[in-house]
Design a protein around this ligand. Structure first.
Ligand code: SF4
Length: 365
């Protein structure tokens, strides 16, 4: 099972008081591969990472090219940022970074293993998005009925204050696994109502009853990733996903539970234009989306879509400003920003706690 992670995907991330486990796609630097990084890979050394990437995606030369080695800032970078036909871009310096490992990493990893918790609803997705390297199958193994209980037990025992539950898509299950998600949330809240819970969910094929089940489960933040601009949906995501279906998920959450914060994410660097990004952000605001994250797409393996552009930190800062001006509660935008972004979660945690305090003050008055 698994539980916490980033978006639809599979990445593990652990810090001193928070844990992210896998589920679906991985975004990122392993990264926006929507989720390429597994909990195990997070522990690898830089050398191991380079080797892994060489075998699976980027080439070692991407990291050690002379052009990059002495450059430390994007202003000085003279490498190509936009892919030409037949070319593969080298990794710019601002994306070369260590993955931080919290001191509790081994402890949490061992607990997960002991409880047989690996990824929420399994490690195999029924879809096949072109940016994601997760294992896929038409009929993955059945759900583990004990998973919601075991997950809640583990999370409560760890003393986490903010958890993100995410999963693969399970189109083979009638409700897409919505009940499983909802049970996990309510078991966590039963054990410790103070833990803030974010669910990063699939689109449930547009099944709004499934969305509603989770929206009403007691969670604090409902995240669903639109992933890319409208015009690139077909190119990037599984054909069963689309822009309007994803927007309908986010809109429905607000309709049935307006107090829940909604959140979505876009990967940049897939060939989208500024106008397309602007249009997407406008659609998000019109659908009541509260929080936005923008990060760099990174090709997880050679079989996945190539990076079309490495977006500069300056351009990410521009989008952050645009998001703020458009009225998102928060916009996290940067090359290494992922769906589950620690600074964003701290912000949300403070915001949610403030809202709860104000609510209790109002109730007392
Ligand atoms: S729905 Fe797509 S992005 Fe999500 S886990 Fe499945 S293949 Fe990956």
């Amino acid at each position: 099972m698994a539980l916490i992670g980033r978006g639809c995907a599979v990445a593990g991330r652990i810090s001193s008081n928070r844990l992210f486990l896998p589920s679906k796609c991985f975004e990122g630097s392993s990264v926006y591969c929507k989720r390429l990084i597994t909990a195990a890979s997070t522990s690898s050394t830089l050398t191991e990472k380079k080797r892994d990437i060489k075998e699976d995606g980027l080439n070692l030369q991407d990291f050690i090219s002379g052009e990059l080695s002495e450059k430390s800032s994007w202003e000085e970078y003279r490498g190509s940022l936009k892919r030409q036909k037949g070319e593969r871009l080298r990794l710019p310096p601002w994306l070369k970074t260590e993955i931080p490992i919290g001191k509790n990493y081994n402890k949490l990893k061992n607990t997960l293993r002991d409880l047989n918790l690996h990824t929420l609803m399994g490690d195999t997705c029924t879809r096949g998005c072109r940016f994601c390297s997760i294992k896929t199958a038409r009929k993955p193994p059945p759900l583990d009925a004990e998973e919601p209980y075991n997950t809640a037990k583990a999370i409560a025992a760890w003393g986490l204050d903010y958890v993100v539950l995410t999963s693969v898509d399970r189109d083979d299950i009638p409700d897409g696994g919505a009940e499983h998600f909802a049970k996990t949330v309510s078991y966590i809240k039963e054990r410790n109502p103070k833990i803030l819970v974010e669910c990063l969910t699939p689109d449930f094929r547009g099944d709004l009853a499934a969305v509603e089940k989770i929206a009403l489960s007691g969670l604090d933040v409902y995240a669903h990733n639109v992933e890319t601009v409208r015009d690139l949906q077909r190119h990037v995501r599984d054909p069963r996903a689309n822009f309007d279906q994803s927007l309908s998920v986010l809109r429905h959450v607000k309709k049935v539970k307006s107090g829940v914060l909604t959140k979505t994410s876009l990967m940049l660097g897939l060939g989208e234009t500024d106008a397309q990004i602007h249009a997407a952000l406008k659609d998000f605001r019109e659908s009541g989306v509260d929080c936005l994250t923008l990060g760099q797409y990174m090709q997880p393996t050679k079989r996945n879509l190539k990076v079309e552009e490495y977006v500069t930190p300056e351009k990410f800062a521009y989008w952050e400003k645009v998001g703020q001006e458009m009225g998102f509660v928060y916009t996290a935008s940067g090359p290494l920003v992922r769906t589950s972004y620690r600074a964003g979660e701290f912000f949300l945690k403070n915001l949610l706690e403030k809202k709860k305090t104000e609510g209790s003050i109002e109730a007392a008055e």
